[in-house]
Design a protein around this ligand. Structure first.
Ligand code: AMP
Ligand code: MG
Length: 315
């Protein structure tokens, strides 16, 4: 039985990696990554390398199983996102904006298996800019998406044709909605409903999120953050926001969320000393982008080595 299974598995692996599909996917992915890298260079956004192990990582605003290793006396968390490391990198004079294409490990619940857009390991293009507000980041993202899609159509017409995908270059400015209004209008499922009904990517503002997101000083409960949503039912593309850098606010928000401050000690000390600058930023998943541009139904279909929640990993 095990031998039969192994033979089938091996056959599937050979088929996948010898297929035109994989070749076309790689070409599309390479074209997108080059577009991103060219765009960042043009904007003076410096590329940093990812880290995978640290005493702290993004707490996220939804539950995932803890992914940590014990190394000597230290507990090291696997990176869920490079959010706090991005802030730290921006302390330096002349380092005004950074981006990283980084692996993120998020042990999502098995319930996400069929969502079509969850992996437990994916790659995030994570960007942060010093002294910029949310509109500046949204403008930058819009420009990047327009360039990426126009560039892809120009460079990869045959590959897109293979996926029978007719992509429209998005028109700027993207539409902007308020999350609480959408909740009132469409209920909890607003994201899927509006994504399905839309033919262009759009923004949704003000999600109650992590301790590091900035809340309006005068309008408590209003968060200066944003999600970019893909059209045609593909759902969330990017999350980001203006960040909290005032020590008392950071502490208040951590306490509200009943967070253990201990692992964040070194970062909190930098915030306390006023070293962490005011920034805004965000990140989008490479696999979700590929899923959208190829019009694929499950993220697994566009990932060379997919790690799907609840699914056995073969290679
Ligand atoms: P977040 O800040 O948690 O919204 O993550 C940033 C972006 O990463 C999201 O907008 C998605 O594009 C992508 N992403 C987040 N979680 C996953 C996941 N489990 N699988 C694939 N992509 C993800
Ligand atoms: Mg998000």
């Amino acid at each position: 039985m095990i031998i039969v299974q192994r033979t089938q598995q091996t056959q599937q692996i050979i088929q996948k990696f010898e297929s035109a599909r994989t070749r076309h996917l790689l070409k599309i992915q390479s074209t997108l990554l080059k577009s991103i890298s060219d765009f960042m260079e043009e904007k003076g956004i410096l590329q940093a390398m990812p880290v995978m192990l640290a005493p702290f990582t993004d707490p996220l605003n939804h539950e995932v199983s803890e992914a940590a290793i014990q190394y000597g006396s230290q507990t090291l968390r696997l990176t869920k996102s490079m959010i706090l490391h991005k802030f730290i990198m921006l302390m330096g004079k002349g380092v005004d904006a950074v981006f990283i294409v980084s692996p993120n490990v998020r042990l999502e619940s098995e319930d996400c298996k069929d969502s079509g857009r969850h992996l437990i390991e994916f790659s995030q293009v994570d960007i942060e800019m010093k002294g910029k507000d949310k509109r500046a980041f949204m403008d930058l993202t819009e420009e990047l998406y327009v360039k990426m899609i126009a560039g892809l159509k120009h460079t990869c017409p045959d590959e897109l044709a293979y996926f029978r995908r007719k992509l429209t270059t998005p028109t700027r400015p993207f539409k902007v909605y308020e999350s609480k209004e959408l909740l009132r209008k469409y209920g909890e499922g607003w994201e899927g409903i509006l994504s399905k009904a839309s033919s262009e990517p759009f923004w949704v503002l003000d999600h109650t999120r992590e301790f590091y997101d900035r809340e309006d000083e005068k309008r408590r409960g209003y968060y200066h953050n944003y999600d970019l949503i893909y059209p045609e039912g593909f759902g969330e593309a990017l999350s980001g926001g203006e960040r909290e850098y005032v020590y008392d606010e950071v502490i208040r928000k951590m306490d509200e969320r009943k967070m253990d401050r201990e692992p964040y000690g070194a970062y909190l000390e930098l915030v306390r000393q006023g070293k962490i600058p005011r920034t805004s930023g965000g990140g989008f998943g490479v696999e979700r982008l590929l899923r959208w541009v190829t019009g694929s139904s499950h993220i697994e279909e566009v990932t060379l080595f997919p790690r799907v929640p609840g699914k056995h990993i073969v290679i």
